[in-house]
Design a protein around this ligand. Sequence first.
Ligand code: AMP
Length: 290
Amino acid sequence: MTDLVHLDSIAAMRAQAHAWRREGLTIGFVPTMGALHAGHVSLAEAARATCDRVVASVFVNPTQFAPTEDLDQYPRDLAGDSAKLAAAGCDALFTTTPEEMYGPGYCTWVTVEGLTKRLCGASRPTHFRGVTTIVTKLLNVVTPTHAFFGEKDRQQLVVLGRMVRDLGLPVEVIGCPIVREPDGVAMSSRNLYLTPEQRPAALGLSTGLRAAQAAFAGGEASGPTLEAIVRGVLEEAGAEPDYVEAVHPETLERVATADADTIVAVAAFVGKTRLIDNAVLSEPLPTPTA
Ligand code: AMP
């Protein structure tokens, strides 16, 4: 448990970061949209283990939501978030407002081409422009030496790694493993939308990925066949697939023939809730314990 300082403006965050950098301290940064769960906490713990100071941000970034999406309903719980971040050993919580981040006349964007057209980018065409822009802006304010992102949002991690390399930003991007519920569902703030009746359908994503891994381990290497296996499980569970793709881990291009490093990425609707998950074919998901 640390004394968590709440810095609620760009100016306050900049001043603190500047003071730490002048002392020569490393700063680990965990950007989030709040409604924190054990997945977010694992990123904060990884930052705590790596860096002298740890900053987490909570900002529900409007520019990564399409007008039809869940910006207004997105869960918010700043008091709960603060307690979890303090328990994880964070030094500072940075919050800001849409007005401070996107002032009047705002018209500057960071875009990563190609990679952002695939997977989630196909059904959420403006999403990644919002993500890359806000992360660039947050990196400018927090000036971290290390930034931590979850493999849960695999495409986001790949896109941000590409962006940091392409722009030569002075920060190391670190990916952290997916934290799952005991039943295997990947933790997500959006799981709060699920009713108990929808839980079996939500389980279809991780069960489908496990089935693809088992088929691959049994000798099945056709990308389309592995995708069809996941689709079958999703449909049986009552989840509506948005996409299921076996892709290269860096280019995110679909593969005809899978290998051990191939990632199977899935997005599916459970009712109105859109869930995502992914797995490396050769890294078996833990067996569910619930
Ligand atoms: P979000 O608040 O959904 O924008 O997520 C903030 C960060 O937490 C992102 O880097 C996510 O990839 C990461 N994250 C979300 N869920 C998980 C999870 N279940 N396991 C690991 N990291 C996660």
